[in-house]
Design a protein around this ligand. Sequence first.
Ligand SMILES: [Fe+2]
Length: 301
Amino acid sequence: MAQIVHAVGHVKLNTNCIADVVRDSTGILGLHVTREASGQVWLSSNGRVAELVLVDAAENSTHTIGLEALTAAQVEAAAGRVEGAGCRITSREPSLDCMDAGVTFTTPEGLRFEIHTPIRNDIHHPRQLGMGVGPRRLDHMNLLSPDPQATVRQLEAIGDLHMSEKMVNDSLTWLYGGNRQHHLLGIVKSRAAGLHHYSFEFPEFSMYCRLGDLLDHHDRQLIWGPGRHRPGDNTYAYYLDSSGAMVECSGQMSTIADDAHFKPNIITNLERPGNVRVMNVFGAPAPLEWREHFFPFTALS
Ligand SMILES: [Fe+2]
């Protein structure tokens, strides 16, 4: 049976500087605005109605992580697994009117997910040219959890996500879904629930040059990269948006086609600097700002 979660769906962020984040997302990253209404701005990099949803709020925080299932029946199947996994359903209605079905649930660790049917997508008109670089799609997210083993168990049980790779001490676990890219989610051990980064895919390496130049134009800079991660084999570069959330731009990942014979990789070399090339093909180590980055989840009642 197909895995319930097929791909990442959308990321919803609260922000107290929505105009600034919209300016970053359009003028630097290269998304386009698809809707502005009811205190929200929806943005997309392609023909999908929404990939990044900004919510006008008093704080900068993560609102919800959207994960896409292919059918309403799979959303219903996920809903039926939530309580058994120790989590709590907060809504059975889709949060956006561009998807047919959705179930939202919270975890005891303070994360909130929505598993929803695919967002409407005009695949015949994927590009809207603007000033920014112009990625291809929302690709993956790394989440922060105070109990990453619990978060991984919940996502395996509810969304049928599978582990592709992990650090032996569970400080970082990568999970894949139905589209078989190496990871849709990375689960990172942290002091509290949050979002480490959200990532849009860059199809060409030259786009990192344009990204760096645009950041410089706005008196900003890359935090790390460009480089190539060993887990996932994707290229990367990172910067912060105006709300303090970290954005990754990543090249295409390796895929797990032979699911039946695939064995997750366990990374045992955890010591820096000896593990730098274990983690990164080009060898540049992650800076402290990247390693200690924390962008919180909103407080969940
Ligand atoms: Fe990433």
